[in-house]
Design a binder for this molecule. Structure first.
Ligand SMILES: Cc1nc[nH]c1-c1ccnc(Nc2ccc(N3CCOCC3)cc2)c1
Length: 365
C-alpha cells in the first residue's frame, strides 16, 4: 500500500451530478454546493468529527500550466495560513496510488453556509455590513503580511455563515500570472479588478482595497457597481461614474495605454452622495444617520482610481465605520511564513507540475 492509501485506508465511489467522487468512507451524505473553474464542490458529513465539511475535487489540476500553478499555489498557501477569515484546510488526499496513476486531488475545508454573491441581494443593517467589511479587511491584511497580494477578490471567492462570520476562499492571482488565454467554459469576472490591474500599471497592497470597495458598493446598492463586459468596457464604466482621472495619474500609464485613455471623452463623474444616496442605507436605528455618513465617506476613500490617493488596508481598519470591530488578536495575527513566489514563477512542464502536486498531497500531515 502506498503512503497515501495507508493513511485513508477505505475509499468508496459515489457520483454527484456528473462528477465521480472517490473519497474515504469517513465522508458521507454528499450534497452538491457548486462548481467553478477549479473544480466541483460538495458538502459532506465527516463521521470522524461529526461536523459537515466542504470537499472540492480538482480534476487533473496539472492538465496545463495555468491550472497547475493555481492548484499548487492554493494548496501550499492553504497549508500555511491559519486565520479565522481565511478558509481553513482540514484534509488533502488523492485516491490514486502512485504518480503514474495520479489524476485527482480532493481538498477538504471548513464548511460555511453560503457564498457572498447570495448576500448582495439582502438589505443589511450597518452592524452586519461593517462586520462583513471588517472581516474581509482582516483576511486580506493577513495575506499581505505573508507577501500575498490577492488582486482578484470577488463575492464568489468569499463565503459566509448565518452568524455573519466570513472567510476568503482563495489567494488570487499568482504574481507571474500568465493571464494566458484558456479554453475554459467559465467566464472570468473582472468587475472588481482595480484600475492599476486593468491598465497594466504597477500595483501595491491597496489594490485589494479597490475590490473590497466594489463589494461594499454592491452590498449597499444590491447590484454590481462596474459590470464591464471586457477590459475596455470595465474602464469605461469606472470613468463614467468616478470621472476622468487627473493628468498626474495619466503620466504614470504606459505610452500606448495612456494614448488610449486620454483619447476617451472627458467625464465629470458623480459625487458619492449621488452614487450612494441615503435611501440605499439603513435608517431605522438612531445612529444610522451617522453610520451612513461614515459608510459613504469610507466608500469615497476606497473607490479612488489613483492607488497613490487611495486609502490603505490599515487605514480602513481604523476608519470610524470599521473601528468598532477592531480586535488586536484578529488584525495583528502573526503571519505565516512569507510565501516563496519562486516556485510558481519557475516555468515547469506539466509533468514537473504533476510531480510537485503529487508531493504536496503525499506530504500532507
Ligand atoms: C471550497 C468552495 N468553493 C466554492 N465554494 C466553496 C465553499 C467553501 C466552504 N463553504 C462553502 N459553503 C457553501 C457555499 C454555498 C452553498 N450553497 C450554494 C447555492 O446552493 C445552496 C448551497 C452552500 C454552502 C462553500
Amino acid at each position: 500500500m502506498s503512503a497515501v492509501a495507508a493513511v485513508e485506508s477505505e475509499y468508496y465511489k459515489t457520483t454527484i451530478g456528473e462528477t465521480l467522487f472517490e473519497i474515504p468512507k469517513r465522508y458521507e451524505n454528499l450534497k452538491s454546493i457548486g462548481s467553478g473553474a477549479q473544480g466541483v464542490v460538495v458538502s459532506a458529513l465527516d463521521t470522524k468529527t461529526g461536523t459537515r465539511v466542504a470537499i472540492k475535487k480538482m480534476s487533473k489540476p496539472f492538465q496545463n500550466v495555468t491550472h497547475a500553478k493555481r492548484a499548487y499555489r492554493e494548496i501550499v498557501l492553504m497549508k500555511s495560513f491559519n486565520h479565522k477569515n481565511i478558509v481553513g484546510l482540514l484534509n488533502l488526499f488523492t485516491p490514486d496510488h502512485d504518480l503514474s496513476q495520479f489524476s485527482d486531488i480532493y481538498i477538504v475545508m471548513e464548511l460555511m453556509d453560503a457564498n457572498l454573491s447570495r448576500v448582495v441581494h439582502i438589505d443589511l443593517d450597518h452592524e452586519r455590513l461593517s462586520f462583513l467589511l471588517y472581516q474581509m479587511l482582516c483576511g486580506i491584511k493577513h495575506m499581505h503580511a505573508a507577501d500575498i497580494i490577492h488582486r482578484d477578490l470577488k463575492p464568489s471567492n468569499i463565503v459566509v455563515k448565518e452568524d455573519c462570520s466570513l472567510k476568503i476562499l482563495d489567494f488570487g492571482l499568482a504574481r507571474a500570472a500568465d493571464g494566458g488565454f484558456m479554453m475554459t467554459p467559465y467566464v472570468v469576472t473582472r468587475y472588481y479588478r482595480a484600475p492599476e490591474v486593468i491598465l497594466g500599471m504597477g500595483y501595491k497592497s491597496n489594490v485589494d482595497v479597490w475590490a473590497i470597495g466594489c463589494i461594499f458598493a454592491e452590498l449597499v446598492r444590491g447590484q454590481i457597481l462596474f459590470p464591464g463586459s471586457d477590459h475596455i468596457d470595465q474602464w469605461t464604466k469606472v470613468v463614467d461614474l468616478l470621472g476622468t482621472p487627473p493628468p498626474i495619474f495619466m503620466q504614470r500609464l504606459l505610452p500606448n495605454v495612456r494614448a488610449y485613455v486620454e483619447s476617451l471623452p472627458h467625464k465629470r463623474g458623480y459625487t458619492f452622495a449621488q452614487l450612494f444616496p441615503d435611501d440605499l442605507f439603513p435608517c431605522s436605528l438612531p445612529d444610522d444617520r451617522e453610520k451612513t455618513t461614515n459608510a459613504r465617506d469610507l466608500l469615497a476613500r476606497m473607490l479612488v482610481v489613483d492607488p497613490d490617493k487611495r486609502i490603505s488596508v490599515d487605514e480602513c481598519l481604523r476608519h470610524p465605520y470599521i473601528f468598532q470591530w477592531y480586535d488586536q488578536s484578529e488584525v495583528e495575527a502573526p503571519p505565516p511564513m512569507r510565501y516563496d513566489h519562486t516556485v510558481e514563477e519557475t516555468d515547469h512542464t506539466v509533468d514537473e507540475w504533476k510531480a510537485l502536486l503529487f508531493r504536496q498531497v503525499i506530504n500532507y500531515r
